[in-house]
Design a binder for this molecule. Structure first.
Ligand SMILES: Cc1cc2nc3c(=O)[nH]c(=O)nc-3n(C[C@H](O)[C@H](O)[C@H](O)COP(=O)(O)OP(=O)(O)OC[C@H]3O[C@@H](n4cnc5c(N)ncnc54)[C@H](O)[C@@H]3O)c2cc1C
Length: 332
């Protein structure tokens, strides 16, 4: 996503761009498929809202939180968000990139140096290399026959959370889960996504029909900030840093990072700035743009895994809707 958006933005300025993509389009990805926050401005600036809407993107304006069977009232999203399957989103952006003269090499994995001048690393999440107490993994599927109270619902469980958001056809069900390293637990993926019996999540999904081809999973997620970035490396999106998924802000950060990288990379391509200087500028702009929301969302992410705090969180959101505005504005 970050790579395609950067490619589109640079093509708009006539900078030659080749994208090496290890996979192929279209394809399903583990993602809540909910774009909110400042990334919407980037899509607007690049005139991408229209092609995305034409391919089924749906506006989301409300949200609600659940823990067990208890839920918050339906809360307005401070800014409208966009819901679209990654299957369609990524393929639409790939077409736009090609239409604007970009060269997209699908099925080609970059194996050369990532510190070479002109190489931007937009390879997505960094696999967990440092041992931790927990193994983090994500699951995603599309489902039909699901009634939701809000456009986006977030359901908290003891070892994870599941977002359910309305798409133009059916819903996206996507969860982040944790398991103790080396634990024997092996629940079937459907069981993890539908939540424990008696919960509001279970009630939503017990009569749903999952779309078999849409199931996907991702493991070895590293939610801690990176510690080994090379100074002459240019990284954007999850390859730079990953925000906890409950914020629904990862795609926005990928889009924003691409936008922040556009000016310095254009200047480098015109010979107006050195590569190391361009990389440094991009890194410091991203740091400034993302630092506060990363701090807040990492704190909240830790708290969300204390089940005892779930009921007070739901009560707080029910009594003080302003608490929601506060949380939203500090994590986007
Ligand atoms: C459970 C979960 C739920 C989420 N829900 C949301 C949500 O609702 N809203 C939201 O905004 N964000 C969400 N996110 C985060 C979001 O999916 C990511 O932040 C976003 O996809 C990052 O985009 P990216 O371009 O950096 O990486 P990606 O979209 O992962 O793209 C990286 C690309 O690089 C390719 N690649 C990797 N290595 C190479 C190589 N060596 N050579 C060539 N190609 C390579 C991959 O094939 C891939 O296509 C969620 C994440 C998880 C785990």
């Amino acid at each position: 996503l970050a790579g395609l958006i950067l490619g589109i933005a640079l093509r708009q300025r006539d900078v030659p761009v080749t994208i090496w993509e290890a996979g192929h389009y279209p394809r399903h990805r583990v993602c809540g498929e909910f774009i909110c926050g400042r990334g919407m401005k980037v899509l607007n600036a690049l005139n991408l809202i229209e092609p995305l809407s034409g391919n089924g993107a749906r506006k989301a304006t409300t949200t609600a939180f659940f823990a067990g069977r208890n839920g918050s009232p339906v809360l307005p999203l401070p800014e409208a968000a966009l819901c679209l399957s990654r299957f369609t989103l990524d393929a639409t952006l790939a077409n736009e990139f090609r239409r604007r003269g970009g060269e997209l090499q699908e099925g080609k994995r970059w194996t050369d140096s990532t510190t070479r001048e002109g190489v931007v690393v937009a390879t997505g999440r960094r696999a967990q290399t440092r041992p931790g107490a927990w193994h983090w993994f994500g699951l995603k599927a599309h489902a039909r026959n699901v009634e939701l109270a809000a456009d986006l619902e977030l359901h908290l469980t003891s070892n994870g959370y599941v977002g359910v958001c309305k798409l133009s056809e059916g819903v996206n069900v996507c969860g982040l889960f944790r398991r103790r390293r080396n634990a024997a637990q092996r629940s079937p993926r459907e069981e993890m996504l539908v939540g424990p019996p008696g919960s509001a999540l279970f009630a939503r999904l017990e009569n749903s029909e999952f779309v078999p081809d849409s199931f996907c999973a991702i493991g070895g997620l590293d939610l801690r900030p990176p510690h080994d970035l090379a100074p002459s490396e240019c990284r954007i999106g999850d390859a730079l840093t990953m925000i906890p998924p409950f914020t629904g802000n990862g795609m926005s950060m990928a889009l924003e990072a691409a936008a922040l990288a556009t000016d310095p990379l254009e200047q480098w391509s015109l010979g107006q700035t050195a590569w190391a200087e361009a990389c440094q500028r991009i890194a410091s702009c991203c740091d400034e743009a993302f630092r506060r929301r990363l701090v807040w969302s990492n704190r909240l992410h830790t708290l969300m895994f204390f089940s005892l705090l779930h009921p007070p969180l739901i009560r707080t959101l029910a009594r003080w809707p302003r608490a929601w505005d506060f949380l939203f504005s500090h994590t986007r």
